[in-house]
Design a protein around this ligand. Structure first.
Ligand SMILES: [Zn+2]
Length: 347
């Protein structure tokens, strides 16, 4: 295929020699799944669609909210007023950016039940999610199936990103064997976030995605990158030769606990109580409710009686236990309960 066979919209990208005709052809044949359509996901989706990625499958469980508009690319005031699902609104905007890309939107939670079908046949997975439960599940599924995935996270003015090439580079569990207890990390809800930080992490992810899809794995960055933007500091962990760990539960021992039950997150609707019980994906330690109370009381109505922590947020009552369980009262919708829990407490 010569350059004349391509749409003019890709002409400058093809002129860049590392992409070229061959890279563009591979990009246009690629299938990518994007998990999470928030600040990272929406920017990532836009860059992948404009680059001509053949098929993009979007997964997100949330709706567009006015508080997203300060940083989440492509969403409009109208999307928020209509409370449109993010995956559906994003798909519509993306089609207007580039009608040549096949785009599929799934308004769904990415969990152990729904995930395998959403990853079927894909060449690469992009992490635009906002919680660790999703990332540990994604890591298990991708390492098990040998699908590359690109981790990205951002809060405040700090971002992290790493490329997982199963069998070649360290996976999430090689880097961080166990997720920290729920509530121990800041979330965008409590620590805030600035738009340039999210856009930068999304760019770094899209960059590595394009290298992989163009077939240039040798140029992929193999380090875990942490960028602190305000004040500025860049930290790279691991070296150019970093390899999967032999004692990694996923890469080395082939134990996929987050995909296969034992440590999978669970949500159960409690009959007749307008409540949902959430159980976090298994962690090695109990939650420090006292520290969590101190952090959340700056933003919410919080009561801690020594046994459970009660938080009033977004019209719901969250009751947290130190073993990782939570009762969310005021809704019978497990998706809404999990989404509010992840935003406020963080997983
Ligand atoms: Zn590993």
């Amino acid at each position: 295929m010569d350059s004349a066979s391509f749409s003019p919209r890709y002409s400058r990208q093809i002129r860049f020699p590392k992409v070229g005709n061959e890279g563009q052809r591979k990009l246009q044949a690629a299938r990518v799944t994007l998990v999470g359509c928030g600040a990272l996901g929406a920017s990532l989706a836009e860059m992948m669609v404009r680059s001509g990625t053949g098929h993009l499958l979007l997964v997100d469980r949330d709706i567009v909210d006015a508080s997203n508009l300060g940083r989440q690319a492509t969403y409009t005031t109208r999307d928020a007023e209509l409370a449109l699902p993010k995956a559906a609104a994003l798909a519509e905007h993306l089609r207007s950016f580039n009608p040549e890309v096949s785009i599929e939107a799934h308004v769904a939670d990415f969990d152990a039940t729904t995930a395998p079908a959403l990853l079927q046949g894909c060449d690469l997975v992009l992490d635009g999610s906002d919680n660790l439960e999703t990332r540990y599940l994604l890591n298990d599924l991708c390492v098990r199936a040998g699908i590359p995935w690109i981790y990205g996270a951002c809060v405040g003015a700090t971002g992290m990103t790493a490329v997982v090439l199963p069998g070649e580079t360290p996976c999430l569990r090689c880097l961080f064997p166990d997720p920290p207890p729920p509530g121990s990390l800041e979330t965008c809800e409590t620590a805030g976030i600035i738009a340039p930080a999210a856009a930068l992490v999304a760019s770094l992810q899209a960059l590595e995605a394009i290298k992989i899809l163009c077939g240039d794995r040798a140029s992929v960055r193999r380090t875990l990158l942490r960028v602190e933007l305000w004040p500025w500091r860049l930290v790279e962990l691991g070296g150019a030769n970093a390899a999967p760990r032999a004692d990694c539960p996923a890469c080395g021992l082939r134990k996929f606990e987050f995909a296969e039950g034992a440590r999978a997150a669970k949500a159960a609707v409690l009959c007749g109580r307008n409540s949902v019980q959430l159980r976090a994906a298994g962690t090695a330690q109990d939650i420090d409710l006292h520290a969590l109370a101190t952090r959340l009381q700056q933003h919410y109505e919080v009561a801690h009686n020594g046994w459970v922590l009660r938080v009033r947020a977004e019209g719901l009552d969250l009751t947290l236990f130190d073993d990782g369980r939570a009762l969310v009262s005021g809704t019978g919708d497990p998706l809404l309960a999990r989404s509010v829990f992840d935003r406020v407490v963080g997983t």
